[in-house]
Design a protein around this ligand. Structure first.
Ligand SMILES: [Mn+2]
Length: 242
């Protein structure tokens, strides 16, 4: 059974003008029927909040459920992926994002550092695939090459699915082109088309190896004609039947 953890936290975004993703879980979930659980957020204590996210996800994995994290900014994936790492062996991570989020390592992680923190603090690497990356800083380029991180598409997804038994998918909505998902803190042009993303997700879902996933960085305040909220809702709906 799929359980949706609603995580209304966006303080992992340091720039105040890019925040607003905390409003997404309520807005995205309101027209859907599913099993929703509210994760309590302590705005004054990020570390405690991360622990709380991890604890909630671990509880669901122990019950044999599939965990869907609904953010929030990308930092919420840290606790979610830690729980996935503790619950499964022979696993992989598919990271859909315009950015590699590998800027630096420090805890609690921010939306710019989350993947680097995950790589350091879990045993998932080297089974990590980045999809849709198109803005990389100098520090990230160096880190990616040092760690030999794979950036790829469909074919690499198939390779990873053949290699591991359990998969986690992290979807930063900015992986999509801003034409389809303008409502996000750091939109980057030349992103994936909705059909391209859906096709890749279909392949991953059909492998029956998905144990957990998250949808993050939807910012309703920055949205245009509700486009981003609608596409995120469509994505979530697709996963509710897992
Ligand atoms: Mn991200």
């Amino acid at each position: 059974m799929a359980i949706v953890l609603k995580i209304p936290f966006d303080l992992g975004i340091l720039e105040e003008n890019k925040r607003g993703a905390a409003k997404a879980p309520e807005i995205i979930s309101k027209n859907l029927k599913g099993n929703f659980v509210d994760v309590p957020i302590d705005k004054g204590n990020f570390e405690e909040t991360q622990k709380n996210i991890e604890k909630h996800a671990l509880e669901q994995y122990k019950k044999g459920n599939i965990v869907i994290g609904l953010g929030g900014d990308h930092s919420v994936s840290y606790g979610l992926i830690k729980a996935f790492d503790k619950s499964f062996k022979n696993k992989g991570l598919i990271y859909f994002d315009a950015h590699p989020d590998c800027q630096d390592y420090f805890l609690p992680s921010t939306y710019e550092d989350i993947l680097r923190c995950v790589i350091k603090d879990t045993k998932i690497c080297p089974n990590i695939l980045l999809v849709g990356i198109r803005e990389v800083t100098k520090a990230e380029r160096k880190y990616i090459s040092n760690k030999n991180l794979k950036i790829g598409g469909k074919k690499d997804i198939i390779d990873l699915l053949n290699k591991v038994e359990h998969v986690y998918i992290s979807i930063d909505i900015d992986v999509l082109d801003p034409k389809f998902a303008p409502g996000t803190g750091e939109p980057i042009k030349n992103g994936l088309l909705i059909d391209e993303l859906m096709e890749m997700l279909r392949m991953i879902i059909e492998s029956k190896k998905v144990e957990g996933l998250d949808i993050v960085e939807v910012c309703p305040d920055l949205d245009k004609n509700n486009k981003t909220v609608l596409v995120a809702t469509e994505l979530l709906e697709r996963f509710l039947t897992l």
